[in-house]
Design a protein around this ligand. Structure first.
Ligand code: AVJ
Length: 315
């Protein structure tokens, strides 16, 4: 295996994150970036979420890929470099290997240990594909190493992870993707607006897997910052923000408490919230508009019968 993640210029350094985490915690309305959900345990908990019957995005997207596999493969073409943004366990990309026959596969994820385990399993199975991985926080800046084949690039950004970003941030990421596709395209998953009951069940599931996933961010922060968050002092809270077309995840303090870490501390009052995630929901029009604004001129869109989720190929 050739791994790129040891290249210094792309290495994730914990120092970079500590100031970002501190700024978020010390703000009047505290927040933690959702990327910190994906520590080794968090990545496993997210995979568990995708197996929940209530979490419709994964299954719905999978059904769209299955139903329109031939059509999708036809517009993408074969032999390109598949670049997987937020590859996780690489399972979604693997389902495309047979139809779009990539020559190269580059898996990128914030959770690099989890990614490396997944990559090891893939290598033996697909000896004809050059498989590489890189640990990267592309939420701020996406730069594909120049050593990656300069042929057509197919960026793969499934699952509606784009929904974690504010419109301006999403636009910035899409512009960066567009400038690096070399005549290829972007295969994107986007979650669509739907009734509250479906959203609430998906983000506040009865097995409490999503609650565990959200609360685990405190442990992830403890390991980065050497802070002393106690998971038992918080609860998972979900709000639907209709004005902003998004599901919002929070952690609510169950009592007055103080969290400290080397050099600083933060007091939380009972009921005070830490914002941990936005999950924006789109319409087929709003996602097309976003892509057009980022410079993608051509978009093709596939949805499911309930209009829960959209898969788009943008060029
Ligand atoms: C991985 C960002 C697409 O927003 O649905 C799942 C993350 N958070 N349950 C989403 C998530 C709570 C997920 N994304």
């Amino acid at each position: 295996m050739q791994t790129l993640n040891t290249l210094e210029e792309f290495a994730i350094t914990s120092e970079d994150f500590n100031s970002e985490i501190e700024i978020g915690l010390l703000a009047k309305s505290a927040s933690i970036s959702p990327k910190f959900l994906y520590d080794p345990l968090g990545s496993h908990l997210f995979t568990a979420i995708t197996l929940l019957p209530e979490y419709y995005p994964t299954n719905t997207e999978k059904n769209i890929f299955t139903q329109y596999q031939a059509e999708i493969a036809n517009v993408i073409g074969v032999g390109g470099t598949l670049i997987d943004l937020g590859a996780g366990n690489c399972q979604k990309a693997e389902t495309l290997f047979d139809s779009i026959k990539p020559s190269n596969y580059l898996a990128i994820d914030f959770s690099v240990e989890y990614l490396q385990d997944a990559i090891k399993k893939l290598e033996g199975k697909y000896p004809h594909i050059q498989i590489r991985c890189i640990g990267m926080d592309f939420s701020k800046r996406l730069v594909i190493p120049s050593s990656v084949a300069p042929n057509e690039r197919i960026f793969f950004y499934p699952g509606s992870s784009i929904g974690n970003f504010l419109r301006s941030e999403a636009l910035q990421l899409l512009v960066q993707i567009k400038s690096q596709i070399n005549g290829g395209g972007l295969l994107l998953g986007a979650d669509l607006m739907k009734e509250d009951s479906v959203l609430m069940a998906a983000y506040d599931d009865p097995l409490k897997i999503t609650a565990a996933f959200n609360l685990n961010i405190l442990r992830s922060i403890n390991s980065h910052l050497d802070s002393n968050f106690k998971v038992s002092q918080f609860r998972h809270k979900v709000q639907i923000n209709h004005a902003k077309n998004r599901v919002e995840l929070y952690l609510e303090a169950l009592e007055d408490l103080t969290v400290s870490w080397p050099g600083n501390y933060k007091e939380f009052k009972r009921g005070e919230l830490i914002h941990t995630e936005n999950s924006h929901k789109y319409t087929t029009e709003s996602i097309k508009q976003l892509l057009n604004d980022a410079g993608f001129e051509k978009t093709q869109i596939w949805t499911d019968p309930k209009n829960y989720f959209a898969v788009i190929y943008a060029q």
